[in-house]
Design a protein around this ligand. Structure first.
Ligand code: FE2
Length: 316
């Protein structure tokens, strides 16, 4: 029987300390240790990348967005296990909007919301960084621009932002995947910027990565096929390389304010949250504008909301 994330940490019963890289003052150039870790492991953990005040502002804004959300007008449920359920107009429309998506387990057998609204949201996406002033400020600035540059994104394009709630008790599992499946470009360039807005622990569903597998092939690709009948989103197989086993996985429990950054081919996952504590995170995905962004990617922008980089304001 396959070993799950939960089995792994229950069996070990001892937290495995991630490789914490001290924050480096000059983000225009990674330290030799950071460069080595990036090349060797395919990810960086940067504690304290965001100041406590910025984390608090983002968390408070997240709560305000949930408070303002009217569930009766939205029916989108986000599930990584049954991807056909996200192939709906709400997901496509969220490319240029700020939409809330429910936890799969927030509904009872009759389809009624069975938890409080502020405990029912799976995520909010996907244009917070361009449309919401608080997340615009959080998502742009010289530190992020310089970090992206130092990791090879010469002219970044920030396509997506997500608030991921990982709610207490019902926070869903996110199985092994590679973010490059969702942000194909030629050549592949996507980087994930994952910010902990709350402490991420082994109990509340921290990230797990397959360290060193940053060059492993892309197993699948999420494409948007357009036809006269409409748009259809589907995951297509690309490569038969098996997903890692949990014996190969490294957990990344990190304190709030930490930035974890990794490339599009690094397999990662997270466990369901059965604890009493939420695990709020915020993510950004960026590609390089020198690479050809695939027209088959589900997330596209119109001229009404052009994609931009990490610089504050509208200029790249
Ligand atoms: Fe991911």
């Amino acid at each position: 029987m396959a070993v799950t994330v939960n089995d792994r940490y229950r069996a070990d019963n001892v937290p495995i300390a991630p490789k914490l890289v001290p924050p480096h003052n000059n983000f225009f150039m990674l330290s030799p240790e950071q460069q080595r870790d990036w090349l060797q492991d395919g990810y960086l953990v940067l504690p304290g990348f965001k100041a406590a005040a910025d984390v608090t502002a983002a968390s408070q804004r997240a709560a305000e967005l949930v408070e303002a959300f009217q569930p009766a007008t939205h029916t989108g449920v986000f599930s990584t296990r049954d991807r056909s359920r996200v192939a709906d107009a709400a997901l496509l429309a969220s490319a240029e909007a700020v939409h809330c998506f429910f936890e799969e387990e927030a509904f009872d057998a009759q389809g009624q919301l069975c938890v409080e609204k502020n405990r029912a949201i799976n995520k909010i996406g996907h244009a917070l960084h361009d449309l919401d002033p608080v997340f615009d400020a959080f998502s742009h600035g010289p530190e992020l621009a310089a970090l992206a540059l130092s990791l090879g994104l010469k002219r970044p394009q920030v396509w997506q932002s997500q608030l991921i709630f990982k709610q207490p008790r019902i926070g869903g599992e996110v199985g092994w995947h590679q973010d490059g499946s969702f942000f194909a470009s030629d050549p592949p360039t996507v980087l994930t910027f994952w910010f902990a807005l709350e402490d991420a622990t082994l109990d509340n569903g921290c990230l797990w990565v397959h360290a060193g597998a940053q060059a492993s092939p892309l197993r699948e690709r999420y494409v948007c096929d357009s036809s006269p009948a409409g748009k259809r989103l589907q995951m297509q197989p690309m490569d038969t390389t098996p997903w890692p086993t949990m014996d190969q996985a490294t957990p990344l429990p990190v304190p709030a304010g930490t930035l974890v950054v990794f490339g599009g081919n690094l397999p990662h996952c997270s466990a369901p949250n059965r604890s009493e504590r939420s695990r709020l995170a915020y993510t950004l995905h960026a590609t390089c504008d020198r690479a050809r962004y695939s027209p088959l990617n589900w997330l596209q922008r119109s001229s009404a909301l052009p994609v931009r980089g990490f610089a504050r304001g509208t200029a790249k």
